[in-house]
Design a protein around this ligand. Structure first.
Ligand code: CA
Ligand code: CA
Ligand code: CA
Length: 143
């Protein structure tokens, strides 16, 4: 039955095409959201993230992580199993070592990271400081 074989192959090809399309969309979506995060946080559009802007972005990121709205970020919500950088950062953030991150812990850690990656110490986070090879893998966890 050559016809049914043809159909099988056809649907297989279609599945591959759909898989590729979905993958392209996910990659494009991620690139867009990374591109967008800095600009979204830069409320007054001066090209820098001030401490106030950072605190606001960090607070909304906390609420984004806290999917079940219990007031803490657990390891699953922080994606530690899939992201090794997140796993290390989680241990850094969990100061009282109870296996949960509350808002105070998240903000305290975020403040430390801000100071660390504000390399010229002008209390502003510039776009290059944010996007740098050292800063970005960590800072993207905060906003
Ligand atoms: Ca700004
Ligand atoms: Ca939670
Ligand atoms: Ca904790």
């Amino acid at each position: 039955m050559p016809e049914s074989i043809y159909e099988k192959d056809g649907s297989k090809n279609m599945k591959i095409i759909i898989t590729i399309l979905v993958f392209v969309c996910i990659v494009a979506g991620n690139a867009y959201s990374q591109e967008d995060a800095f600009e979204k946080a830069d409320l007054n559009k001066d090209g820098y993230i001030s401490r106030d802007e950072y605190d606001a972005a960090v607070t909304s990121k906390f609420n984004e992580y806290d999917a079940n709205k219990d007031g803490v970020i657990d390891r699953h919500e922080f994606n530690t199993a899939k992201d090794p950088k997140a796993a290390i950062e989680y241990e850094f953030l969990d100061r009282d070592k109870d296996g949960k991150l509350n808002m105070d812990e998240f903000k305290a850690g975020a403040t430390d990271r801000y100071q660390m990656y504000d390399q010229n110490r002008d209390n502003l986070l510039s776009n290059p400081e944010y996007r740098g090879d050292i800063g970005f893998p960590i800072l993207k966890l905060y906003f």
